[in-house]
Design a binder for this molecule. Structure first.
Ligand SMILES: Nc1ncnc2c1ncn2[C@@H]1O[C@H](COP(=O)(O)OP(=O)(O)OP(=O)(O)O)[C@@H](O)[C@H]1O
Length: 369
């Protein structure tokens, strides 16, 4: 059995005690999906877990700032603690420049610096000296009242809120580079994503999307991810009669309407897209206004202010970039697209289409990952 310490994201810990407990329960549920949790307790900004498994997997659990394994010791004086720290760390600092970092919670008649000095003095003879700025090894001690946790390596978590803690969002998911990143960013804020794809590209597109959803699933803890595949070819036949300059905007409106309807059915209160301002002609401010006009759910666009390089960097980090790059160009609805669609004209043409969004959605194929 290993002792795992988690420092939850700061945002989570400043909530009122009731709300904090809610978030912590979600966090532990998601942690339990990647390691075995035998027991856990929350103590002054820490979650202390007795468990086992591969703790590297905690790097994919939102809501964690830092995580590490540690030894727990009881102590009654700083001298006693320094001796215990010497026994644990003397081999690790051997021949190395080291630093001692102490964090302290609770009431004590000593400071963190007092402990760092005493531990430093004990370890000095085994090491090649103290270097506070560029140490080769760091000796770390977290003090919680009369207990101390000794460790040398702390790992950074992804921060954010636990997935599933802040509600569901319908993601318009094309499977290109942007929408997986937008999904991940909403998951980072605790949202559980339901992916909606308007299938215009056939089996290869579908296969890639499922693979991308599997990558995102590695970040979603206990929450499964559903993908809804809507028949896009059927949808595009309706668009054949629409003026080619507004065809793409019309398609976008229909996608938003599908997402709104799915949100109604599944209790999701928002829609997420991978749009970034003016990246392509359908993403000008005017066209975004026309696309989402009359949609009842708020549309979240986590990438709105990012450029392509920034988006690609995140896609690489989360592991979706390779898959997105394999996405073939599919069925061009129109290559001529206005940058300033007129709302009146679009709404008028939309009325003539007479598309049954509910029926289209009810025929969607659903894959759960
Ligand atoms: N076939 C589709 N099914 C569902 N949503 C889509 C589809 N195509 C586009 N979208 C949504 O519209 C957004 C903008 O798509 P667009 O094709 O204009 O730009 P993009 O830069 O290619 O986006 P992405 O990289 O996500 O494919 C996408 O991020 C996604 O949210």
């Amino acid at each position: 059995m290993t002792l795992v310490l988690i420092r939850p994201a700061g945002e989570l810990m400043i909530k009122s005690s009731y709300v904090r407990k809610y978030f912590l329960r979600k966090l532990i549920a998601n942690v339990s999906s990647v390691i075995t949790v035998k027991s856990w307790k929350a103590d002054q900004g820490y979650v202390i877990i007795e468990g086992e498994g591969d703790i590297n997997k905690l790097s994919h659990v939102f809501g964690i700032s830092y995580y590490y394994t540690a030894d727990e010791v009881n102590f009654s004086s700083t001298q006693e603690l320094a001796v215990m720290a010497r026994e644990k760390f003397k081999e690790i600092v051997k021949g190395k420049k080291f630093a001692v970092r102490v964090r302290r919670n609770g009431k004590h008649n000593f400071t963190s610096l007092d402990v760092a000095r005493e531990v430093g003095k004990e370890l000095l003879p085994f090491s090649s000296g103290v270097d506070l700025d560029n140490p080769e090894v760091v000796v770390r001690i977290d003090i919680l009242q009369n207990k101390a946790y000794l460790y040398s390596e702390e790992r950074e978590g992804p921060r954010g809120f636990p997935v599933g803690s802040t509600g569901k969002t319908i993601v318009l998911f094309s499977g290109g580079i942007d929408s997986p990143v937008a999904t991940w960013m909403m998951m980072k804020r605790g949202a559980r994503p339901l992916l909606l794809n308007v299938m215009l590209g056939g089996d290869i597109q579908k296969k890639i999307i499922i693979e991308e959803a599997k990558v995102l699933r590695e970040w979603s803890g206990v929450e499964k991810i559903k993908v809804y595949f809507v028949d896009g070819i059927k949808l595009s036949t309706y668009l054949a009669n629409v003026n080619k300059f507004i065809r793409v905007i019309m398609l976008k409106r229909l996608m938003y309407k599908l997402a709104d309807e799915l949100g109604k059915k599944s209790g999701a209160y928002s829609i997420t897209t991978g749009e970034s301002l003016s990246q392509v002609s359908s993403q000008t401010m005017k066209n975004l206004f026309v696309s989402e006009f009359g949609i009842s759910r708020p549309v979240f666009r986590p990438l709105i202010g990012m450029d392509k390089e920034e988006i690609v960097e995140i896609a690489r980090k989360i592991g979706t970039f390779e898959l997105s790059s394999k996405m073939p160009e599919y069925c061009i609805i129109s290559s001529k697209n206005t940058v300033r669609a007129r709302l009146g004209e679009v709404l008028e043409d939309e009325n003539k289409l007479n598309i049954d969004i509910k029926e289209l959605l009810s025929q969607a194929e659903v894959v759960e990952i």
